[in-house]
Design a protein around this ligand. Structure first.
Ligand code: GLV
Length: 306
């Protein structure tokens, strides 16, 4: 029985090497050269072709190759009863937090402004620090770490999530308290999972509730943002700018207006890329647990969608 890697367009060798290091015996088949689909019991997926899982009659477990599982849940061919696990790993969390900290510090200490000044040989010592209060939407493994590290660095932080929370180490606002949450912050970080509830949450309506000049950092999914609402929100002053790592269409099409917009900083979905060496042990562990009917780690709650 074997494990299948289905991650079109990416080099699977680094995953094969990492998995074999932890289980030299493991049988791995790689899309599109899957010769024995009937042997596949676990599928590792990243942007798999819709419907493709139907070719595996003995599939028992799906693992995302990343933290997100929206690419799996959006495929109607994934049976409701199929367990899905995702990657939760310290390295992934560390990279994500570093990226967000970079965005917060750049806003706070205005590196972009000084780079522009340098080009024009301008010596401008006014207002060297923008006061910052950071709000993180999505307070799971990633959001929680961002809050902890920024708090440690001395920033005021608050969290926002869809569920009510009895206790939380920082001020916390639930869905009903969106306005209160936005009143408390001037940097908005989106780290929500992509679900029907959260899709399009970063829209005109929300931007108009922000304090003037709020800076947006979206490191979750492109579909959280209604992209056509972003530049108007900056023009109207609700937002001062944005740092984006994710887009509705990736790679970002050449004709997309974000490329030309100096108030938007872009990176190509690299905020936190799963490290195969770090993720392999939990994949192998879940493969073994699946075979011996033990409880799986990092199991996705299908009702919540993450
Ligand atoms: C990356 O976007 C991930 O979900 O890990």
């Amino acid at each position: 029985m074997s494990l299948a890697i289905i991650s079109p367009g990416r080099n699977p060798q680094i995953w094969i090497d990492a998995l074999r290091k932890y289980d030299p015996e493991i049988k791995i088949q790689v899309y599109p050269e899957i010769q024995h689909p009937e042997e596949v019991e676990m599928a590792l997926l990243w942007q798999h072709p819709r419907g493709y899982l139907k070719t595996f009659p003995n599939l028992k477990l799906i693992s995302s190759l990343g933290a997100g599982v929206d690419h799996i849940l959006s495929d109607p061919a994934v049976p409701d009863s199929m367990p899905i696990v995702r990657i939760v790993d310290e390295k992934l969390t560390w990279s994500m937090t570093n990226y967000v900290v970079m965005g917060v510090l750049n806003f706070h200490r205005q590196l972009t402004r000084y780079q522009k000044d340098q080009k024009r040989k301008v010596w401008d010592m006014t207002n060297p620090e923008i006061p910052v209060r950071v709000g993180v939407m999505g307070v799971g493994a990633l959001g929680g770490d961002v809050l902890d590290k920024l708090n440690y660095m001395g920033f005021d932080v608050v969290g926002f999530g869809f569920s009510e929370k009895e206790s939380f180490p920082y001020p916390y606002f639930s869905k009903k308290q969106l306005q209160e949450f936005l009143d408390n912050i001037n940097v908005l970080v989106c780290l929500l999972p992509l679900t029907p509830d959260t899709e399009g949450i970063l829209n005109k309506n929300l931007f108009e509730k922000c304090q003037k000049g709020t800076f947006l950092i979206n490191v979750a999914r492109g579909k959280h943002l209604v992209e056509e609402d972003l530049i108007p929100a900056i023009d109207e002053g609700y937002l001062s700018g944005a740092l984006l790592d994710v887009y509705r269409v990736e790679p970002l099409p050449e004709e997309h207006p974000f490329w030309e917009e100096s108030r938007i900083q872009l990176t190509p979905h690299i905020a936190s890329v799963t490290n195969p060496t770090a993720a392999a042990p939990q994949i192998i562990e879940n493969f073994k647990r699946m075979k011996s009917n033990q409880a799986l780690i990092n199991l996705v709650n299908r009702d919540r969608g993450y």
